[in-house]
Design a protein around this ligand. Structure first.
Ligand code: MOS
Length: 701
């Protein structure tokens, strides 16, 4: 159970680094852990949202009379009778507020009934008339409505330019000019979005499946005009999110509306078939890469232009060109995003937004460049390494990409690649590929409290979200080290908005943000305990921390994690099937705080990258105006049989410019670049360059 080169069990004096088991693991595997839809409160009713059946237009009339006569149906909420909301910051949450249908699948009614089955049957009996308008859901390279946004997702500039990228490219002795396509992708967490809401006197209590309950509480307070102090949002256990639960989604708004209208507790659990249109997706990208290099392999021009879509509900621009501002030295560069608003559902975050699709394109193009140069692709990346972030000019706080490449090459036996290549048995061709990974280091201010109890144990409280990552476990480790006490003496409470406010589990920043506040609270508590004489008072001693003065994102350093993926594939030339035989990655992501949960995060991300490479894709039906895939039978995520020998390793990285734990984020980097490593291996095996994901048999044959 030790992937780290240094055996973490050999360091008994610190809790961090050790492969501590998940504290809620037993609850989860025994079914005792309660998720948001699993609160069988007395009198609880169920809501079933009804989705628009046209791709663009208006609701002309809703006839709920048939539904209201059906057994168990309590009410049917529509834009005509639903509670009015204050205008949301996120227009995706303005549900049942007007007659407009901005895309197929937009929610136009909510049927509330005694049971889930009655609500679903009621929804089938609601008649909706629409005024339909012509729709356009097709992303093209030269759409007349395309524009360059000021900002892409994450506040990144829409475009950046240095030097004379076109002129340099034109005169470069070695060039690659290629277009890569990544289809729309969907997050599909194991637990679909669900919320249970109830009013208790003037208090609103909500259980919701969210990556950040603090934001849910703020949002509900603003939408419904309630003081935050009267709202409790609990998200004790969350069955994954991958970005789709990064902000509140319509399920929680609908549940609160229905609870207010009926005076009953109401659960709105979105059926998986509705997720594709109402909780976001990774927008498709068309990416043109132009790389110009000298014969020594050094890049002189790097042009990365991304074309993507957004909805008419809101602007969300997948920032796929951003990693090209980070990865390789090049004196001439342009990175640009173009976005076209279409009548599609709103795109949103999906694990490593920007980096995941962007590094597929950049790292595939680097492989093509290595080919054009006749150079080893590992060496090409090493030749183009840099200690300053090319775009900002800032020095990297730490960057061990070269070490990851070399360590990965050694472990993978990259040197033996040529002898394994095309080692055909029957119709099977074998090849290997490499790609780099990167993800930014982010951090947000958080609060936390630490309490020393008279029995000698400790409680740490922070409204962190444990979305399956092991957050509550690793925060206990951080606390134990800051307090200088055994891990077993520390309890953590997370996942409730009555706890100290905290930012979301997103942008791979959760542990850094919450852990910083936990570290500060525990450090202060330790000082107070040292100064305290005699036994503790009955209610113990407390310390609170708020890192808004310390944990700011400004730094003179460019801070990123790096990594390298190595893939070996087998391609069946008769069936067109691509199987990944081995996937081995090495990461440099600061201090690894829990060897066990970190490994899970890394291989989870890598597995999602394997799905992106080989099977995952959503298809926008141009005539229908919606995604065709609505379930896990048609949207193919990897299953165990698809996941080969998979290994995640890391190198010890000592970076003093991060946070008191010395950690970078690890939740997203595993998916970044994996699809390129697999695609590059397919090229190595077959000699054919595929530039559109996923590499399904219909493309490969
Ligand atoms: Mo992640 S896509 O920031 O939850």
């Amino acid at each position: 159970m030790t992937d780290s080169p240094a055996d973490p069990m050999a360091e008994p004096h610190t809790a961090t680094g050790a492969p501590a088991e998940r504290r809620e693991g037993r609850q989860k595997v025994t079914g005792a852990a309660r998720y948001a839809a699993e609160h069988p409160l007395p009198g609880r009713a169920h809501g079933w949202p009804l989705q628009a059946a046209v791709a663009r237009g208006r609701v002309r009339r809703v006839d709920a009379s048939g539904a209201l006569e059906m057994p168990g149906v309590l009410t049917v909420l529509t834009h005509e009778n639903a509670p009015r909301l204050n205008e949301p910051d996120d227009p995706m949450l303005a549900v049942l507020q007007d007659a407009r249908v901005p895309h197929r699948g937009w929610q136009v009614a909510l049927v509330v009934a005694e049971t889930l089955e009655q609500a679903r049957a009621g929804a089938a009996a609601v008649r909706v008339d629409y005024e339909t308008e012509a729709h356009d859901v097709t992303l093209t390279e030269d759409h007349p409505a395309a524009y360059v946004p000021d900002e892409a997702n994450g506040g990144q500039p829409g475009t950046r330019e240095r030097g004379n990228p076109e002129a340099d490219f034109d005169s470069a002795p070695v060039k690659v000019d290629a277009v890569y396509r990544v289809p729309p992708l969907h997050n599909h967490p194991m637990e679909p979005h669900a919320s249970t809401a109830r009013f208790d006197g003037d208090r609103l209590i909500v259980h919701t499946s969210s990556q950040g309950g603090t934001t849910v509480r703020q949002t509900l307070a603003a939408l419904f005009g309630l003081p935050e102090e009267r709202i409790t949002v609990s998200a004790e256990h969350v069955g994954g999110g991958f970005g789709s639960k990064g902000t509140p989604r319509p399920d929680v708004v609908l549940a609160v509306m229905a609870a207010r209208e009926t005076g009953r507790p109401v659960t709105v659990a979105l059926p998986r078939a509705q997720l594709a249109t109402v909780v976001g997706h990774r927008a498709p990208t068309l990416q043109r890469l132009r790389l110009g290099a000298g014969r020594d392999g050094r890049l002189t021009s790097l042009i990365h232009e991304v074309t993507t879509h957004t909805s008419h509900v809101k602007e969300f621009v997948e920032q796929a060109a951003v990693p090209s501002r980070v990865m390789y030295a090049s004196p001439h560069s342009r990175t640009l995003h173009r976005v076209t608003p279409l009548d599609v559902p709103s795109p949103s975050w999906m694990r490593a937004p920007g980096e995941a699709p962007g590094m597929y394109a950049l790292e595939s193009a680097m492989d093509e460049l290595a080919d054009a140069l006749g150079m080893d692709p590992v060496e090409l990346r090493i030749v183009n390494d840099t200690d300053h972030e090319p775009d900002s000019g800032d020095p990297f706080s730490s960057r061990h990409l070269v070490e990851c490449l070399r360590e990965g090459a050694r472990r993978f036996d990259w040197a033996g690649r040529a002898t394994r290549a095309r080692a055909a048995t029957g119709n099977v061709l074998v090849g290997s590929g490499v790609a780099a990974a990167t993800y930014p280091v982010m951090v947000s201010p958080s609060t936390a409290s630490a309490h020393a109890l008279p029995d000698g144990t400790f409680v740490v409280r922070v409204n962190a979200a444990d979305i399956g990552t092991g957050a509550r476990t690793v925060l206990a480790q951080v606390a134990a080290d800051a307090l200088g006490v055994p891990l077993a003496d520390v309890r953590t409470e997370v996942g409730n908005s009555d706890l100290p406010a905290a930012p979301l589990a997103g942008g791979s920043s959760g542990t850094a943000s919450w852990g910083w506040a936990v570290h500060e609270a525990c450090t202060e508590l330790k000082d107070r305990l040292a100064a305290h004489a005699g036994p503790l008072p009955a209610d113990g001693l407390d310390a609170h921390a708020d890192t808004s003065g310390t944990a700011d994102a400004d730094s003179p350093y460019a801070r990123h994690s790096f990594g390298a993926h190595f893939a070996e594939v087998a391609v069946d030339t008769v069936t067109g099937e691509v199987r990944v035989r081995r996937l081995l990655s090495v990461f440099a992501a600061g201090r690894i705080l829990n060897a066990r949960t970190a490994r899970s995060q890394f291989i989870g991300g890598m597995t999602m990258g394997l799905g992106m490479a080989l099977t995952e894709s959503s298809t926008m039906d141009a005539a229908f105006g919606d995604f065709a895939e609505r379930d896990l039978a048609s949207y193919h995520v990897p299953v165990h049989a698809d996941v080969p020998a998979i290994e995640a390793h890391w190198i010890e990285e000592d970076d003093p410019h991060l946070n008191p734990m010395g950690s970078k984020g690890i939740g997203e980097i595993g998916i970044v670049g994996t699809a390129a490593a697999i695609g590059n291996a397919v090229h190595h095996a077959t000699g054919i360059r595929f530039r559109e994901l996923p590499l399904t048999p219909d493309k490969v044959l």
